[in-house]
Design a protein around this ligand. Structure first.
Ligand code: 6PG
Length: 473
């Protein structure tokens, strides 16, 4: 039996509820199911007059949907997703579409795709970004899965996604786990952006700027090249006062960062594929070290360093940090795109990198003006190797690199940790260094392991050995 509702959603936590309200507001009828029936009843009761059908069993839920059924699972990533799928399988029919809208690991999505496809079902792993507000007003959506699902899902996805310049922030990303993979990279880049902003804040603070002054700086930056959601919320966060004490809220928040794991997934994937994502790595590691507060407190009393203060003119520092932040951000995106390109080739996903940058312009956490420039770079040169070599980005990097160096040098001199700024700068300098020190590294490898090396004066691909002297210890 099948009913007539356009869409179904399982899992009425805040993201799920907001997505349902978004979908319904675009003219679709929606069935909802939650493991706790009272949550379903309460949600439906709080939204009278809307085309919502609350269901107390998955059988009723499935029966209420028009075929091919389109239903989204919005439960905690991991075992809960498998448990729901297991219960759904006997209830579904050929060609029904099961969408996982959570932050699932892309390899889990591939496993689920391989599980459901032989059963005649269609599985879509869809990254959904934008938090609670995005879910309600328009997220960025990154759906993967069989190409046949795109035509069916497109009207709904395009209706509920954020819109930028009349373009919906959704596209079919690619087969299998490609959608969740791209969402994972989005999150890795999000980690990089957030850490870079925090490092900029630490430098301005070390120069004696007040939170209100810093809020004004971020607000001003949000009107320029750095315009982005994360810069915007940083300005607002810095300006926020605690109702009880009247102090800036950021000054009351303990400096221990949390994380749910998507940044670490990105690190592992990059390591497996030998792609350098040093800015994202630095960002994830900075969160880890921040969370080891007790150890840092002990070390702060035992390990020496200069006073973490910058005796510099505020206006000069603000201009330098701006350039360092922009340049580091470009490096971080270049690395994230490099990883996506590598995986796209390996998995034959045919990822459209310019298109992905374009759907990240709205709805998602990393939405930013400069994403337009990335899309343009891939339009100009679809085979672009490294984003930093696109003419626009070359020019920004060449223009900002001296300020970037000054920022990192001042930070190092004052003992202020800037792991993401410095990792980004080291990547920039390594990439543009024609002759690195790896000749000595090869000598060491050959010395202790006869691991051979190529020579500048020999043909590429021909391997040499040297008779190294014996070591007498
Ligand atoms: C999004 C976010 C979201 C993520 C949070 C928190 O795109 O809406 O990426 O999916 O859960 O950013 O992540 P952490 O807890 O790891 O910081």
């Amino acid at each position: 039996m099948s009913g007539g509702n356009d869409f179904g959603l399982i899992g009425l936590a805040v993201m799920g509820q907001n997505l349902v309200l978004n979908i319904e507001s675009r003219g679709f009828s929606v069935s909802v199911y939650n493991r706790t029936p009272a949550t379903t009843d309460d949600f439906v009761a709080r939204h009278p007059g809307k085309r919502l059908t609350g269901c107390h069993s998955l059988a009723d839920f499935v029966a209420s949907l028009a075929r091919p059924r389109k239903l989204m699972i919005m439960v905690k990533a991991g075992a809960a997703v498998d448990a729901v799928i297991e219960q759904l399988i006997p209830l579904l029919e050929a060609d029904d579409i099961v969408i996982d809208g959570g932050n699932s690991l892309y390899t889990d999505t591939e496993r689920r795709d391989a599980w459901l496809t032989p059963l005649g079902l269609r599985f879509v792993g869809a990254g959904v970004s934008g938090g609670e507000e995005g879910a309600r007003k328009g997220p960025a959506i990154m759906p993967g899965g069989p190409a046949s699902t795109w035509g069916v899902m497109r009207p709904i996805f395009e209706a509920i996604a954020a819109q930028v310049d009349g373009q919906p922030c959704v596209m079919h990303i690619g087969p299998g786990g490609a959608g969740h993979y791209v969402k994972m990279i989005h999150n890795g880049i999000e980690y990089g952006d957030m850490q870079l902003i925090c490092e900029a804040y630490s430098l301005l603070q070390a120069a004696g700027m007040s939170t209100d002054q810093m809020a004004a700086v971020f607000e001003q930056w949000n009107d320029g090249e750095l315009q982005s959601y994360l810069i915007q919320i940083t300005a607002k966060a810095l300006a926020q006062r605690d109702a009880e004490t009247g102090k800036p809220v950021v000054d009351l928040i303990l400096d221990k960062a949390g994380q749910k794991g998507t940044g670490q997934w990105t690190q592992l994937n990059a390591a497996e594929n030998a792609v350098v994502i040093s800015t994202i790595n630095a960002a994830v590691e900075a969160r880890v070290l921040s969370s080891q507060k007790a150890q840092r407190v002990v070390a702060s009393r035992q390990l020496q360093g200069p006073p973490a203060r910058l005796a510099v003119d505020h206006a000069t520092l603000v201009a330098q940090v701006h350039d360092a932040l922009y340049a580091s951000k470009i490096v971080s995106y270049a690395q994230g795109l490099d990883l996506m390109r590598t995986m796209s080739d390996k998995k034959q996903w045919a990822l459209d990198l310019g298109g992905i940058a374009s759907i990240w312009r709205g709805g998602c956490i990393i939405r930013a003006r400069f994403l337009n420039r990335i899309t343009e770079a891939y339009q100009d040169d679809p085979a672009l190797g490294n984003l930093m070599l696109a003419p626009f980005f070359q020019q920004v990097l060449n223009r900002g690199q001296m300020a970037w160096r000054q920022v990192v040098a001042q930070a190092v001199g004052a003992g202020i940790p800037v792991p993401a700024f410095s990792a980004s700068l080291a990547y920039y300098d390594s990439l543009r260094t024609e002759r690195l020190s790896a000749n000595l590294l090869q000598a060491q490898r050959d010395f202790f392991g006869a691991l051979t090396f190529e020579r500048f004066d020999g043909p590429a691909g021909r391997w040499f050995n040297t008779d190294w002297p014996e070591v007498i210890e």
